[in-house]
Design a protein around this ligand. Sequence first.
Ligand code: AHN
Ligand code: ZN
Length: 338
Amino acid sequence: MFHRFNTNDFAEMKKTLPLILICSFLLTGMMSCDNKKNKDDVVTSNVKVPEFSADSAFLYVKKQTDFGPRVPNSEAHAGCAAFLEAELARFCDTVVVQSFDVKAYDGTVLHSKNIMGRFSPENSRRIILASHWDSRPFADHDSKEANRSKPIDGANDGASGVGVLLEIARQLSMKNPGIGIDILFFDAEDYGTPSSVDLPGDWWGLGSQYWAKQAAAANYQAEFGILLDMVGASDATFYHESFSAYYASDVVSKVWGTANKLGYGQYFINEAAHPITDDHLYVNKYANIKMIDIIHQDKKSGTGFSRVWHTLDDNINNIDKNTLHVVGTTLLAVVESL
Ligand code: AHN
Ligand code: ZN
């Protein structure tokens, strides 16, 4: 049938047109309100990008290196411990300091502290975000022989992970996560045997070994953990480190998947890489908590790590805010997805 306009149709249109206009106006208004409400969350390919201040993280890295090398038994180490405790106390519900003495490969007794800031300690559903905070007592991989006995600033190796996590703690204090979170700073990670010394034994990760054995004894549990190690270099590449893939492949998928959705595929590369004896290994082995390691591995360098690794060049001048931003934003997105 052919429909012909009649006067009634026009009358109907007169009524409906303003209604359509009003509705579309209202809809547009609602959409812009919605945009305003979520102004802190940028939407990129359907993933919310949380706020993470790389400037703040960078200042936290610098603050640590300003103490000097944080080698156990030194004044810088004690000063930095006090700073980390105070800073975590500002943001977290509780802070737990675990003081212990441990013998290094050369017989030195290291007066050490693992420092943990806890969000919602009563929540049985929780995760761990960790990094080591001590720095290496000698630059044994420095190109200059004379530097090899000197302690390093460890801006990347130590301070970068802690800097990212302090900024995350600051963010979480403003936007409480629904889940329990433990920010955990391990001590005495980097006092391992220099390449010139061939001594059997577990000389790396002395603080995490201590922590993980205590955690097992105390029946401490967490759903999973993420360790950060050397997350501040401009050319950082994070692969599926093999212990992480072996113990916690689901966590690796979650983290690398999140990073890739955020557009950080140049940093978070979906490729296997050598196993690294790092703090996460002992948390997996002794505490039976699956923990992955986000660690900068370089497949082309001789050491397997960045060119500044265990050299005096591992200082604040070689820290890139972009990398801190990529890692911090990825971690916040993972936390928000839980
Ligand atoms: C080994 O070289 C066996 N482990 C390296 C762990 C490490 C040192 N991470 C940072 N510094
Ligand atoms: Zn190191």
